[in-house]
Design a protein. Structure first.
Length: 439
């Protein structure tokens, strides 16, 4: 039965997208005795009453990391030319159909695929299923006589799935099995999934048993991303063999982190130089402690602060708690031997959304929002009112609901307070959540 995920912007519903249970099948021509290669397919259909989207993205987080990802595709035929696929060193696939900064509507129904090798077995037999969750984000292009812009949304819940691995001695299941049932939210997705031709694979010419990629050309402005295949109406990505070669500059959903030093102007130039060095080393250690290396990270430095764009598809349930704990432990250790004047105290803000590279900086409402959170009066007062604290953190409402509220260790939801982040001079007011570690 399809799951209907509501698309929310600042806590307000904008529409919904129906997601049938993902299915696994064996790619045509694959030898299960050699590679065990399977294809994971996710379908989607915009629910009735949902406005046209200019972009829709899906990121899958697996419970157990697959041994290897191969080809990623998005369809159906006729998908917008700005569609993209990507993967990370954590083995996380992501798909983007459309352009978050564009105006053309995406198909109201479609599918996403990835060929992968299941995770290795930990016991005498291979794991019987592939499990994980899928997160959805969308963008709506709004035009009017008075106001024109884009509204970025996030799903109110992830889609949790468990797909049994197809066995070698049983025929592949029909893709519509379990999808097209009376009363489901999106029965049209079943027909769409069954109508798409299977994706052929063949043994890799140099590595026996691995799937050969479709020939693709890198996008001219985004190293490592595949150009759309116009003939098939889908997008392909070369096999993943390691960390991303560089930052993803085409539109993608990314975790945004903004950090600023409290009362930086008190430092004389020699003191500021030392403070900057400590600050840079602290942020680098905290990021690495959260499991995020250098690949795919974009950094904008301001002297007394920094703006980080983390790679698309990072596991926020791991990265966000890791960053918070890394900052807490790192600042406690750093400030232990510093005078009150030299002590570093930080304001930290986190948000997630569609981001793209522009001619003179980063584009997207997520970039603006995370800096407004950082500059909000609520965050400044929280740090000023807690002289024993080394930093104060503000997360957007969507991050709180997706990550903090689920209680991912060591983030305790009871340690966060609901506030309204306001910057009156910028006509900004959004719900957010405040956390001031004191231990």
């Amino acid at each position: 039965m399809a799951t209907e995920v509501r698309l929310l912007s600042a806590g307000r519903p904008v529409g919904a997208v129906a997601l049938p249970p993902p299915v696994l099948r064996r790619p045509a021509g694959a030898d299960p005795a050699i590679s065990g290669l399977v294809t994971l397919r996710l379908g989607y259909a915009l629910s009735a009453g949902t406005p046209d989207l200019c972009a829709l993205s899906v990121v899958v987080l697996f419970d157990d990391r697959p041994a290897r990802l191969h080809d990623l595709r998005v369809g159906p035929a006729g998908a917008p030319p700005h569609s993209r696929v990507w993967t990370t060193r954590h083995g996380t696939p992501g798909w983007l159909v459309g352009d978050p900064l564009g105006w053309s509507p995406v198909p109201r129904q479609g599918w996403f695929e990835v060929d992968l090798e299941p995770p290795p077995a930990t016991g005498p037999a291979r794991a019987p299923a592939l499990a994980g969750l899928a997160r959805v984000h969308g963008s709506v292009a709004r035009t009017g006589l008075v106001r024109t812009g884009r509204l970025h949304t996030t799903g109110d819940q992830p889609l949790r799935f468990t797909c049994p691995l197809p066995q070698a001695d049983t025929p592949p299941p029909r893709l519509a099995d379990g999808l097209a049932r009376p009363g489901t939210a999106a029965p049209e997705v079943a027909a769409l999934l069954d109508s798409a031709p299977p994706h052929p694979t063949a043994p890799h010419p140099t590595t026996p048993g691995l799937a050969a990629p479709h020939p693709t050309a890198p996008h001219p402005t985004a190293p490592g991303l595949a150009a759309p295949r116009a003939a098939a109406g889908s997008v392909s990505l070369d096999p993943v063999s390691g960390p991303s070669a560089g930052p993803v500059s085409s539109p993608a959903v990314r975790l945004c982190v903004a950090v600023d030093t409290e009362r930086y102007r008190r430092f004389a130039v020699p003191e500021a130089a030392r403070a900057q060095q400590r600050f840079a080393e602290l942020l680098d250690r905290a990021r690495r402690r959260a499991g995020v290396g250098d690949a795919g990270v974009d950094v904008s430095q301001t002297g007394d602060g920094v703006f980080l764009l983390l790679p698309a598809g990072v596991d926020e349930s791991v990265v966000i708690p890791g960053l918070v704990e890394g900052l807490r432990a790192g600042l406690a250790d750093l400030n232990r031997d510093l005078t009150d004047r030299a002590r570093l105290r930080l304001r930290v803000a986190m948000h997630r959304g569609h981001v793209a590279a522009g001619a003179n900086g980063w584009l997207g409402s997520a970039v603006t929002t995370v800096h407004r959170l950082l500059d909000s009066e609520a965050l400044r007062l929280a740090l000023a009112d807690a002289p024993a604290a080394d930093f104060a953190l503000m997360v957007s409402d969507v991050l709180y609901r997706d990550v903090v509220a689920d209680g991912y260790h060591p983030l305790d939801p009871r340690g966060f307070a609901a506030v309204v982040a306001e910057v009156p001079a910028k006509d900004f007011a959004e719900p957010a959540w405040l956390h001031v570690p004191t231990g």
